[in-house]
Design a protein around this ligand. Sequence first.
Ligand code: CA
Length: 234
Amino acid sequence: MTSRRLLLVEDEPSLARTLRDRLAAEGYDVEVAGDGPSGQRLAADGSFDLVLLDVNLPGKNGFDVCRDLRQGGTSTPILMLTARNELVDRVLGLKLGADDYLAKPFETLELLARVEALLRRSQAGATAAAGTYRFGDIRVDFDSARVWRIDDGGAESEVACSALEYRLLRFLIEHRGQVHDRDRLLDEVWGYDATPTTRTVDVHVSSLRQKVEPNPGRPAFIVTVHGLGYRFDG
Ligand code: CA
């Protein structure tokens, strides 16, 4: 099997070197970009299996790079490396299409676990179920793993979802009517062996609602079952 290609966009030379060496020691083929524009250019080539993206970068910050990559059609999984462990940063990154985030400073083992989980997930996503599913003004195409919004005139526009949001939505649809607690969703959708925090689930559900609910403040499809978790009603 050829080694997985990772792009590390990190401007701090000693951290970039440390991470590159550690990831290379795990068998990954790692390329490093030291600023936003060059990172975006390399990532847009689409030849990487995963992008590790710092937020504070010279030239262009990681949020903008992430958003522009998604808008440009790049679907490579993105792991954001946020400087601060602030919810607003995490939510923003996920809204812009990142698949996961890790707050600095982090343990290298934690990073490796996230990288492995993301790569496993994107592999699983590539063998997704066939067909299409409609709810509200949303159409989910399981063949192409894309989500569309249908306007009143019947025209469709794509809803930019991260690979993780798509997997979460697909899981909820495939198990509609069932209540899932946060631990189950972490197991099924995230696939972490070591649970990070169930708050992660809430953050992603919130960003998914912003994208597919007609009124995200009063969800009609991805509903909260108080004290238990989430259920898809569609
Ligand atoms: Ca930085």
